[in-house]
Design a protein around this ligand. Structure first.
Ligand SMILES: *[C@@H]1O[C@H](CO)[C@@H](O)[C@H](O)[C@H]1NC(C)=O
Ligand SMILES: *[C@@H]1O[C@H](CO)[C@@H](O)[C@H](O)[C@H]1NC(C)=O
Length: 462
């Protein structure tokens, strides 16, 4: 009873030495013997337990080290669910319930052909859907992190969230004339450059009207500090101060939140090709950590970098005349700053490509399209303008000349059409007419500046 709960080895040893010196009877000796055995058993059990515990830990640790790289690749395997708009008649399972009046020679979207596929390999091709969907970001596998289960699926029926659903243009607070760039502020209000009305509109989602936050509400254009002339590119900081590319004035304006005028921070008001001038600048992106501005200078076929506070820029992409070579750009209408890869993803409009230009590199790498070749297949583009990248590295392209939005899964060069009908412009819910800006909200809902329809369409992600 005394030692039942005691497993201390020292105590037992003390007992042993005591018993050795004592004059024990036979039964006492037997008892001591059993005690010794008990101690031996306890020690043995401890050793066995220690072995049982340490060996599996060691094995797991070794495996982990060996598989560090391959397990990262496994984690990036993604489940993709795609609703693909079938543009040929042969695979249509049911006809569209909407009366789409399409001018296209091929049948309009057959719609709602749904497939759920788990991709474990890259570039699975499916002729039925006419697209390749893979799931791995080849150049940067770590980008996905622990990303799993993203579904690349949007409703193909767009809802008008700003402007006139019927496609009517105008200067009213509920109207647009060629909306171009869309940006969400931190409160999820949309900032929209209203190119043809020479103003920037702020539009709270759900509202039926917008509020003019830069330029003149009545659509007056001009070169003064209170007027704009074809404002197009737009960036906002965390306080909703605006950086506006004032295209036809060949300048960039800084317009404080709430101000009635702006100040010129880049350009001269006249076109030119020096490092402090622009010729039809288009899109602006701002690196919020450094305050550096990037501006696409379309007719100079280059993208300029302006350090915070500088009135002169440096060429970071293109600038080698126009052309299809890898050191050249050709009307880079749109681009997005991809901070995670320190690169610009450029809609190289007249070359019909999307290219990646790493900042400080001297040439681009092709991401999508074929340099100098326009087309409407899943691998070709026709005058792309808007481009957006999500946090997984997937790329969204406003394929303007094809009236569609193309989705390129990270690392893939073949796209799925997720909004619009290829080659068919119109004002129905499934159609677009020369889409320009494209952006996503935090739920991956897709917003498109449907420019020639003078409206902003939302395609719900689900
Ligand atoms: C994992 O990748 C790193 C860097 O790419 C490399 O140095 C390392 O040897 C790789 N480890 C294994 C186990 O393949
Ligand atoms: C840019 O420069 C201004 C003026 O010097 C400074 O106040 C601001 O903090 C800078 N912005 C960033 C993001 O560094």
């Amino acid at each position: 009873m005394n030692n039942n709960n005691r497993i201390g080895v020292d105590d037992d040893d003390d007992d042993d030495s005591e018993t050795a010196s004592s004059n024990a009877t036979e039964s006492e000796t037997l008892c001591e013997c059993l005690k010794r055995r008990k101690v031996m058993w306890i020690i043995f059990t401890i050793i066995v337990l220690a072995i049982i515990i340490t060996i599996p830990i060691a094995i797991i640790k070794t495996k982990k080290t060996n598989n560090e790289n391959t397990s990262t690749a496994e984690e990036t395997t993604t489940e993709i669910i795609v609703i693909t708009k079938t543009e040929s008649t042969k695979t249509s399972t049911r006809t569209s319930t909407k009366s789409t009046t399409s001018t296209s020679t091929t049948a309009p979207m057959a719609t709602s052909l749904t497939t759920k596929t788990t991709f474990t390999t890259t570039a699975t091709s499916s002729s039925e859907f006419g697209s390749h969907i893979g799931a791995r970001h080849e150049s940067n596998p770590n980008r996905f992190g622990f990303f799993t289960g993203f579904t690349a699926r949007w409703n193909s029926n767009g809802a008008t969230v700003a402007g006139n659903a019927g496609g009517t243009e105008g200067e009213g607070a509920n109207q647009f004339k060629e909306p171009y760039v869309l940006i969400f502020d931190s409160s999820n209000a949309l900032y929209i450059s209203d190119l043809g009305n020479h103003r920037i509109q702020k539009w709270i989602i759900g509202s039926s009207v917008g509020v003019t936050v830069a330029g003149q509400a009545d659509g007056t254009s001009g070169p003064s500090s209170t007027t704009l002339n074809q404002p197009i590119g737009l960036a906002i900081d965390s306080s909703n101060n605006m950086y506006i590319v004032d295209k036809a004035n060949h300048r960039v304006m800084y317009w404080e939140n709430g101000a009635s005028s702006g100040s010129m921070i880049a350009g001269t008001g006249f076109s030119g090709s020096t490092n402090y001038q622009f010729d039809n600048p288009n899109i602006i992106q701002r690196d919020s950590s450094s305050g550096t501005l990037y501006i696409s200078d379309v007719e100079n076929h280059r993208i300029m970098q302006y350090l915070n506070g500088s009135s002169s820029g440096t060429v970071v992409a293109g600038g080698n005349s126009y052309g299809t070579g890898s050191t050249q750009l050709w009307k880079p209408y749109g681009f997005t700053l991809d901070s995670s890869t320190n690169s610009l993803i450029i809609a190289n409009g007249a070359a019909h490509t999307i290219v990646r230009w790493v900042i400080d590199d001297t040439s681009w790498t092709l991401l999508a399209g074929s340099s100098g070749v326009s087309g409407s297949s899943p691998t070709l583009l026709n005058g792309p303008v808007g481009v957006a990248v999500d946090r997984y590295g997937n790329i969204y392209v406003a394929d303007t000349g094809n009236h569609r939005i193309q989705f390129f899964l990270a690392g893939q060069s073949s796209a799925t059409t997720i909004a619009g009908i290829t080659g068919s412009s119109g004002t129905s819910a499934t159609q677009l007419n020369r889409p320009y800006g494209v952006t996503l909200d935090s739920q991956f809902n897709l917003y498109v500046a449907d420019s020639s329809n003078h409206r902003v369409q939302r395609f719900l992600h689900y």
